[in-house]
Design a binder for this molecule. Structure first.
Ligand SMILES: O=C[C@H](O)COP(=O)(O)O
Length: 259
């Protein structure tokens, strides 16, 4: 049975709708020049679709992994403006984020649609990062775990538990995303324990990230929690020093766990 020490840590930078070719080059060069090798942590960057080839090329001989922010679940066809999983694989992606709360809200992506994306990602050889999280209202009403349980259940029913051996889950409380309000380590740990519990014995191997205003100065205390295996970063991933420092915090905690 896998334990906490067997799970690699993972830090994923979601650049959201930010960047230009020139700005990306500057940011990537700053990250690469400040990078210190990580033994127990994987690090990935998910830029906007149009910059995937740029990142795949720049990061090709680096330890940094490339991911995408979304995909259309169909294989191909008359879906103007959409991008398939096969296209993402073809562009050098390893991960793809599905169910990010910004897309659930702004693009009206339903739980069922997210489940289709999850399946399509795996069919294309990508590792989905499934985002779940509750609204502020749900938290205040004491319904946070119900809301998250429902989001997970729809994907588990569609894909099966075994599919999560090739997936990552990210807990992102909506009220903490881009707001500067972070869930306390204890609040996040409670939800991560709940999420892991939905997968039975298989949950021991599942990498579960926390996302929502993670910064260099709060990462260590979050990563120290037994069920927080890394972070999905927004704003902090646009700053090389912050991004590197957060990856190093994950390494520090992971190194402590293996000693
Ligand atoms: O995908 C990343 C999350 O939405 C977190 O964003 P944030 O770190 O800017 O709060």
């Amino acid at each position: 049975m896998q334990s906490r020490g067997d799970r690699r840590k993972l830090v994923v930078g979601n650049w959201k709708m930010n960047g230009t070719r020139a700005a990306n080059d500057r940011l990537l060069q700053a990250i690469l020049s400040g990078w210190r090798p990580l033994q127990h942590v994987d690090a990935a960057i998910c830029p906007p679709f149009v910059y995937l080839p740029q990142l795949a090329e720049t990061l090709a001989s680096s330890p940094l992994i490339v991911g995408a922010q979304s995909l259309n679940p169909r294989a191909n066809g008359a879906f103007t403006g959409e991008i398939s999983g096969e296209m993402l694989s073809d562009c050098g992606c390893h991960y793809v984020i599905v169910g990010h709360n910004e897309r659930r809200r702004m693009q009206s992506e339903s739980d069922l649609y997210v489940a289709e994306q999850f399946l399509a990602a795996q069919e294309s050889g990508l590792t989905p990062i499934l985002c779940v999280g509750e609204s502020e209202q749900a938290r205040e009403a004491g319904n946070a775990l119900d809301a998250i349980g429902q989001q997970l259940r729809v994907v588990i029913e569609a894909a099966g538990l075994e599919a999560f051996s090739r997936a990552v889950v990210a807990y992102e409380p909506i009220w903490a995303v881009g707001t500067g309000k972070t869930a306390t380590p204890e609040q996040a740990q409670e939800v991560h324990t709940f999420i892991r519990g939905q997968f039975g014995a298989q949950g021991n191997g599942l990498v579960i990230l926390y996302g929502g205003s993670v910064k260099a100065d709060n990462a260590l205390s979050l990563f120290a929690e037994p069920d927080i295996d890394g972070a999905l970063l927004g704003g902090a991933s646009l700053n090389a020093e912050e991004f590197i420092a957060i990856c190093q915090s994950a390494e520090q905690v992971a190194t402590g766990m293996t000693q």
